[in-house]
Structures are given as structure tokens and as C-alpha cells.
Design a protein around this ligand. Structure first.
Ligand code: AMP
Length: 115
């Protein structure tokens, strides 16, 4: 497991409330939410960045998207949410253990990527 904060959360070394868990991933509330709903979907497997994923990870990557949809449904935001992956520090990635941001609960600007 990665030595990052998310690796430690996944392994239980750092206690955190999982709002969702299955065989391959967990979801937690972001500690510094950017919207009323801001959840992180984190694979249990340690992949530092999206570009570090390999062909063997394709099932896992698909699983993460399905899990994100399930979490959005669970939270009642499945009609309107954004899914964001920051890849690399210049793109804003600060934790180098792959994670998906589910952001919802506020109106996003139309046609504006950064919302
Ligand atoms: P990124 O910038 O894409 O790497 O996202 C990292 C996210 O993790 C940020 O939105 C942080 O607020 C969040 N974060 C950092 N530490 C924790 C933690 N212990 N529990 C929950 N979220 C965290």
C-alpha cells in the first residue's frame, strides 16, 4: 500500500469514516470540501497517478467509475455531479494515490470546465 495519506486511510493506519466501501475501493468525505458534496473515491490498489495505470488496471478503472455513480446515487446527487481526476502536481494533484473527486450540490457554470 502506498505511503501516502490515502494509502494509510485505505489500510486503516489512519482512521477515517468510509462512506462507501467495496472490494476494490473506498469513498471518504474530502477534508476541505469545495462544494456541499465533495467525496473522494480511492482505489485500494496503489496507483500514483492516472497515467501510471496500465492495461491490467482497466477493470479497476471501470469499477471506479461505477462506484462513483453508486456513491452519487447513495448521496442523492446522481442527477448532477462532476467527477474530477487531477493528474500531476501542475494539475493540482497533491496526494499521489489515484482518486476521483465527486463534486455536487452547487450549480455549475454552463460550459465551463472548472465550474
Ligand atoms: P488532489 O489535489 O486531487 O490530490 O486531491 C487531494 C484531496 O485530498 C484534496 O481535496 C484534500 O482536501 C483531500 N485530503 C487530503 N487529506 C485528506 C484526508 N485526510 N481526508 C480527506 N481528504 C483529504
Amino acid at each position: 500500500m502506498s505511503d501516502t495519506i490515502f494509502g494509510k486511510i485505505v489500510s486503516g493506519e489512519i482512521p477515517s469514516e468510509f462512506i462507501y466501501e467495496d472490494e476494490h475501493c473506498i469513498a471518504i468525505n474530502d477534508v476541505n470540501p469545495q462544494a456541499p458534496v465533495h467525496v473522494l473515491v480511492i482505489p485500494k490498489r496503489d496507483i500514483p497517478r492516472l497515467v501510471d495505470a496500465e492495461m491490467d488496471d482497466r477493470d479497476l478503472l471501470g469499477h471506479l467509475l461505477l462506484a462513483a455513480g453508486n456513491v452519487a446515487r447513495q448521496l442523492g446527487v446522481d442527477e448532477a455531479f462532476r467527477l474530477i481526476i487531477n493528474n500531476g502536481s501542475d494539475a493540482g494533484q497533491t496526494v499521489f494515490h489515484l482518486h476521483l473527486h465527486i463534486i455536487a450540490g452547487r450549480k455549475f457554470a454552463e460550459g465551463h470546465m472548472a465550474g
